[in-house]
Design a protein around this ligand. Structure first.
Ligand code: 1HN
Length: 362
């Protein structure tokens, strides 16, 4: 047996080697990876500009046949996430383009998904036998394990933002996928039936017994959301942090539209500057209309209509609208709240506004 401090180090190194050879590690050797004093998200504050992605989408529409792609989608890959096709550690964001006459064939998967329409008219999504035509700004749900296909009956390509919880579902190793032999599923309900059944507000069809954890409503029309926001703006500024912000809910329960993803639409009047705050869970913002900027961890992100940006978990952020702005956003707070993990905090210094220390350059 060796003695003295040097020899002890040698013993320790040998011990670590033996432990490693047994597929184990000393907990005390792992550093801060396990427990951190506060969230240290790997996803970075980041923005994907529509002015750059629009040409890429149209090039994809010419170069990539839908038969090759199944879904002609460019996935936003947050540079903090080591090349993974994810916007945050739990959520995907991507743009999809569908040409006139194309059908993106029917499939279903355990990840939940939704779309927000960016550009064009004439395309539809069918979910569980119900077809809905989609207009700019509409929010359409395709919840976990529901059959869905898309088709474009219009004259021009159509583009939308997809949001999905694929990284979360894969983290839990609960991913299933299934596809139909036929391109499109059969229609079993009248078009937009769910909008007529559940879209009237504060009224429930007594004979319907919707099963499932997700909203029975397929398409939340932007026009209705915008009217609701504008009506509120007449008499309130809404939240100091989010402005006039409405959550898209399940009309049956008041809970989130989908079990795993909370989705919001917010109005910021021209000149509005919200106070900074932070909350757990990375959030993806998509600019439906307007122009302005957000300050995220001191970095200024100038945005315009149809841009998409990420606020990482626990990052202070505030918004400034130069023109009237409407932002869509989504996060994984429904995965935190049932377990008491959701936290929120106001930025108290400097009148609630961060010092701007730089600007996002792409
Ligand atoms: C998907 O099914 C769609 O149905 C879009 O439109 C994007 C990204 C990853 C996995 C499945 C769609 C997707 C997707």
């Amino acid at each position: 047996m060796a003695s003295g401090p040097g020899a002890q180090m040698e013993d320790l190194d040998l011990f670590y080697q033996d432990v490693q050879n047994h597929n184990s590690r000393g907990l005390w050797t792992l550093g801060g990876d396990n427990l951190t004093t506060e969230p240290e998200p790997k996803a970075l504050p980041f923005m994907w500009k529509w002015s750059e992605f629009r040409p890429l989408m149209y090039r994809a529409s010419e170069l990539v046949p839908v038969e090759m792609a199944e879904r002609r989608v460019l996935v936003f890959a947050n540079p903090g996430l080591a090349g993974k096709p994810s916007a945050t550690s739990t959520l995907m964001a991507n743009l999809q383009i569908i040409n006139p006459g194309e059908i993106a064939r029917s499939h279903r998967h355990t990840p939940s998904a939704f779309r927000v329409i960016v550009e064009g008219t004439g395309a539809y999504t069918t979910v569980e036998g119900e077809k809905t035509y989609m207009d700019e700004g509409d929010f359409i749900t395709t919840p976990s394990w529901t059959w869905h296909d898309h088709g474009n009956e219009g004259d021009t390509p159509m583009v939308w933002l997809d949001g999905l919880d694929v990284p979360f579902v894969n983290m839990l190793e609960v991913g299933f996928y299934d596809q139909l032999e036929t391109q499109a599923q059969n229609l079993t309900r009248a078009d937009d039936m769910s909008l007529r059944l559940y879209g009237a507000g504060s009224m429930r069809p007594t004979w319907e017994h919707h099963q499932g954890l997700h909203s029975p409503l397929l398409n939340y029309k932007f026009q209705r959301a915008y009217e609701a926001l504008k009506e509120l703006a007449k008499d309130t500024e809404g939240s100091p942090y989010d402005g006039i912000c409405l959550e898209y809910t399940n009309p049956q329960t008041g809970g989130p539209a989908m079990a795993t993803i909370a989705c919001f639409v917010q109005l910021l009047e021209p000149g509005r500057h919200t106070k900074a705050h932070r909350h757990t869970g990375g959030t993806i913002f998509h600019v439906i209309k307007g122009k302005g900027y957000s300050v995220i961890r001191g970095e200024r992100f100038d945005w315009q209509a149809k841009d998409t940006f990420v606020v990482p978990s626990w990052a202070f952020h505030e918004h400034v609208a130069e023109d009237e702005a409407v932002l869509f956003s989504y996060n994984d707070s429904p995965l935190q709240q049932p377990f008491g993990l959701y936290r929120e905090e106001a930025y108290e210094e400097n009148g609630g506004h961060q010092l701007v220390t730089g600007a996002f350059a792409g």
